[in-house]
Design a protein around this ligand. Structure first.
Ligand code: HQG
Length: 180
């Protein structure tokens, strides 16, 4: 499978494992898992012919490690980024003192008023490094990196979670914790 095909399949997996499983007529369980046989069967029914070893290649080569197999290798889920209502069952963690959020300049006014809100996703996404934040922000326009006072938020009882692929997640970042 070449790079382009890997990317195409990975994007489609993101769509169905995070947002719209109904596109291939499958359901995810409460924690976002689906049986691999069910998934492969559903993909094949829709003309996307991949086998188990190709799925493993897609998961292993994914640039952001977006997907995970469960322990016995029978199920798969997306590590974060869902818009559908699932419970990743992550345990609250102590965040680094500062976390970063990359966004577009055009959102700044609204962010200064409302803070960071999760919009269609289940969490606000933060990163521990500025480089990642810049890439995330660039997806939306001219990027700007916001520094988040995560230590203070944590002291103030806000909860943080760390996804398996290293994305920090929280529910809402009120404006007073944001420095640009
Ligand atoms: C912005 C990618 C106006 C927020 C990335 C962002 C990430 C506001 C956009 C993951 C706002 C939402 C998530 C407010 C937040 N007013 N705009 N009050 N609060 N926003 O795509 O964080 O490649 O849902 O700044 O790497 O950009 O998909 O979130 O610009 O981890 O694996 O609203 O998606 O991962 O956009 O990206 P998104 P995001 P994947």
């Amino acid at each position: 499978m070449n790079k382009q095909e890997l990317k195409k399949h990975s994007k489609f997996l993101s769509l169905i494992l995070r947002h719209q499983p109904e596109v291939v007529d499958i359901q995810l369980d409460e924690q976002g898992w689906v049986d691999i046989d069910v998934l492969l069967n559903a993909l094949n029914q829709k003309g996307r012919h991949i086998n188990r070893s190709q799925l493993e290649t897609i998961v292993l080569n994914n640039d952001k490690k977006r997907f995970t197999f469960n322990k016995d290798g029978s199920r798969i889920r997306a590590n974060q980024g869902h818009s559908i209502n699932i419970d990743l069952a992550l345990k609250p963690q102590t965040p680094p003192d500062v976390l970063y959020h990359g966004t577009a300049v055009r959102f700044l006014n609204s962010i200064r008023q409302q803070g960071l809100v999760k919009r269609s996703r289940q969490h606000v996404h933060l990163s521990s490094d500025e480089e990642t934040a810049r890439k995330v922000g660039s997806r939306h326009g001219k990027p700007v990196i916001l520094s988040i006072g995560a230590k203070q938020m944590h002291q103030d009882q806000y909860q943080f979670f760390l996804s398996k692929n290293g994305v920090w997640l929280t529910d809402h970042v009120p404006p007073q914790y944001i420095q640009s």
